[in-house]
Design a protein around this ligand. Structure first.
Ligand SMILES: Nc1ncnc2c1ncn2[C@@H]1O[C@H](COP(=O)(O)OP(=O)(O)OP(=O)(O)O)[C@@H](O)[C@H]1O
Ligand SMILES: [Mg+2]
Length: 290
């Protein structure tokens, strides 16, 4: 990407010119995923066409739009599950689809995913569910896997619940366990489809807080599908809005900026749904979160 040392790089920045350079690197947006003229179809049916947008490193990026417009379909293309009809998904400069299958598998190893309907395997305990990717994709010993599983459980606030089966925990706990499974391989990019859907507002808010904390502690990029306005304004710093009618994106950018200045009525209607106003859903949400 041409930029190294996001953590300071190891240079002793003692003179003022180095300091300025470090500041510029920290403030710069570095593309992580570039959606390049992507068209997605099921058979003959076009779902979305000619999509172009960029997710930057460490973004919390939200895919927005009405039900059925193709949000989950887009996510499945971004994670390498569905082949595009046209165009490509570029991850850190590497094409997911135009490159080799081997390269695609390598890129996919850096993804952590929770699906919209993607629950845990009900016949396995939470610990076994979370340990599964480690068992499949690493050479770690069972003892090391157990230790890592406990660490991931603790990260999502489920320490001590490893031996529980999914049916023995609440909906919110199940979603957090699915999050822990997505974290198992220390991914660089986390993809979530409707992470807080079906939860009561307080549990949904806790899950949002957790996602925010994880993005900070893991320095991961997050791509998330959600309808939840509260989540969108509380945690996202970038977004795309898909439209089912025109079958393409209508807007991309910071949700608060879209709310303030996007002239497209559908986008405004979505962002102002219910009692949402810029004052109540925007900056204030950030303040009460921390
Ligand atoms: N596997 C599939 N085969 C054929 N059509 C599909 C398939 N999956 C989804 N579709 C169709 O593609 C369109 C987009 O579906 P998708 O699930 O991506 O929408 P969405 O925006 O995620 O909706 P929601 O907000 O309800 O989850 C829908 O019309 C759906 O019926
Ligand atoms: Mg969906």
């Amino acid at each position: 990407m041409g930029i190294v040392g996001r953590d300071g790089g190891g240079n002793d920045a003692t003179d003022s010119s180095s300091v300025v350079e470090v500041k510029q690197v920290v403030g710069e947006k570095v593309p992580h995923i570039v959606i390049d003229n992507l068209t997605m179809t099921y058979g003959e049916r076009v779902i979305q066409q000619n999509l172009n947008f960029t997710v930057n490193h460490r973004d919390i990026f939200v895919i927005m739009g009405g039900s059925g417009c193709g949000k989950s379909t887009l996510l499945k293309h971004m994670i390498g599950l569905y082949h595009p009809h046209q165009g490509d998904v570029i991850v850190d400069g590497h094409a997911l689809w135009k490159g080799s299958a081997y390269k695609r598998q390598q890129l996919m190893r850096h993804f952590g995913i929770t699906y919209q309907a993607g629950a845990l395997i009900s016949s396995l305990t939470l610990a076994e569910n979370i340990g599964m990717p480690l068992d499949l994709y690493t050479d770690l010993s069972p003892a090391d896997i157990a230790e890592l599983v406990n660490l991931k459980l603790a990260m999502v606030g489920l320490a001590g619940f490893g031996s529980y089966y999914p049916s023995e925990v609440s909906g919110g706990m199940m979603k957090r366990a699915a999050l822990a499974r997505a974290l198992a391989l220390d991914p660089e990019i986390l993809f979530f489809d409707e992470p807080s859907a079906g939860l009561d507002p307080i549990s949904a808010r806790r899950l949002d807080d957790l996602i925010l904390e994880l993005s900070e502690s893991m320095r991961a990029t997050i791509v998330m599908v959600t309808h939840e306005l509260a989540s969108i304004f509380a945690i996202a710093n970038n977004s795309v809005f898909l439209d089912a009618q025109s079958k393409t994106l209508l807007a991309t950018g910071h949700p608060a900026e879209l709310l303030q200045s996007c002239p497209i009525e559908k986008v405004q209607a979505f962002l102002r749904r219910g009692e949402a106003t810029p004052e109540r859903t925007g900056k204030e949400a950030h303040v009460t979160q921390s």
